[in-house]
Design a protein. Structure first.
Length: 191
């Protein structure tokens, strides 16, 4: 009996490890938000962990740990219903990513002003495989990533380019292209 309890304790201890995922599970592996998947609301614990390096986890409504302590470096989201925004510290890159309630990467989130892109006209910029697209307030991708450069939506349209370069000064970057065009919220070219 004592042996069974000891074995159960060891299995429980190792199943709760806070080691980051292996390198081969990182990178271009993306999950999707689906309308058919029932949501389980997650809550960040502790609720006031807002600084880089402060340990946090996400638990579900039943108190089960869904995203373990130490998996991510910083959380921008205290409650996750469809997606949350965190900093993935694995690999030393400190990537700003969106995750689903299972802790799976959905996409990278466009950096702006030391944090995630702002919701503008109902959409924010996301990145997959180095290309920029747009997601809505629920985190669902509405315009697939395909642009090299893209500005936020304003008045129902966004300025984008398929061929672009970014030039940086010490504090900011500027997107330069000779082939800018506008897209609507369906991703179709518009005036």
């Amino acid at each position: 009996m004592k042996g069974s309890l000891a074995l159960a304790a060891i299995v429980a201890l190792f199943s709760c490890t806070t080691q980051p995922q292996s390198e081969e599970n990182q990178g271009a592996e993306y999950a999707e938000i689906t309308d058919s998947s029932p949501g389980d609301t997650l809550f960040r614990i502790p609720g006031d962990a807002y600084e880089m390096g402060e340990d946090f986890a996400y638990i579900n409504q039943q108190g089960d740990t869904m995203v373990p302590f130490g998996r991510y470096g910083l959380s921008f989201t205290d409650t996750i219903t469809t997606f949350g925004i965190v900093i993935d510290k694995s690999g030393g890159n400190n990537e700003l990513i969106a995750i689903n309630p299972h802790g799976q990467r959905l996409y990278e989130v466009f950096w702006i002003d030391n944090g995630p892109d702002y919701l503008s006209d109902g959409l924010f910029r996301i990145i997959r495989n180095g290309k920029i697209g747009y997601a809505d307030a629920s985190g669902k991708i509405v315009i697939q990533p395909q642009f090299t450069c893209a500005y936020p939506f304003e008045d129902g349209r966004a300025k984008v380019a398929l061929d672009c370069k970014t030039v940086t000064d010490m504090d900011h970057f500027v997107m330069e292209s000779d082939s800018w065009f506008y897209v609507d919220k369906m991703g179709e070219k518009t005036e």
